[in-house]
Design a protein around this ligand. Sequence first.
Ligand SMILES: [Zn+2]
Length: 326
Amino acid sequence: MRRTALAAVFLAALAGQGAWVVHTQPAAKPPGPLRIEKVKGDLYLISGEGGNVAVYVTGEGVVLVDDMFDRNHADILAQVKSITDQPLKYVINTHQHDDHAGGDFKMLPIAEVIAHKNARANLVHIRQPYYEDTPGTPIGLPRLTFSDEASVFLGGKEVRAKYFGRGHTSGDAVVYFPELKVVHTGDLFLGRRAPSTSPTGRDNATAQPRPAGVNIYVDYAQGGSFYDWTKTLDGALTLDFDTVIPGHGPVSTKADVVKFRGDIETMRTRLAGMVRQGKTKDDMVNTLEADYGWRAKGCPPSPPTPGCLQFQQADSMFAELKRGPR
Ligand SMILES: [Zn+2]
């Protein structure tokens, strides 16, 4: 039962006792401004808040990849309307986090929502820290799921969702646009803005260069894996593409994904070596913070805080590094 339903039961119970309560919730965050840009051909990108949304226009309707937060719904529809009169037909989720699939509830009455079966299962059995950017936001459950691959054929075009294994979560889909040689990676890959600065923005010209690393988030509670992540990217890299829409950040190239994958492996190999030599979880966390710009100190267990996400599950990361690859 979801909290909204629980709240309703609670209120009903109170009403039955003749009590009168005012149900208060934290003020909802207003939606941030969105923008739309052309990626290639009939493929567009909506960004500005939450995860990147891909918009593929066909002569028979529109396919979206991801739908941001619940609060972005109206603006996403307006952005689509600004480039086409075609109706929205399908939404493919890259994964279940609410900055990517938070709009599902409002999409379900107007489009078919498709997700990997693990992403749907994660939505059914939410385990923290599923992002709850807007507490109380209803969760929409996709009506269609797939295990290895699913394609939408619309207006003579294809959009193919592929599952290559675990990484960011247990249900990460890589969405491929074969005619355009473009992929949307969800959060398996994060684009970096140039010129690069550290994830904390603390770098300057005199700072020591940092070892290559990436500010990824392994959501262990939702089935993520640091070890499988690179194998999953290897699977995605077998696709024939040149242009990449990352989960967050600017449109990138296949070479950027290759570098990102290599940086994950280098960072992971170093950390795993430390753990095998008997270093502690705190040593691991200190290294991530000092050398890779991850944020550990002062991060609350909840709500999710920008730059802090990784350390909500440091115990799980330490355990996986100790165990080694499966
Ligand atoms: Zn995510």
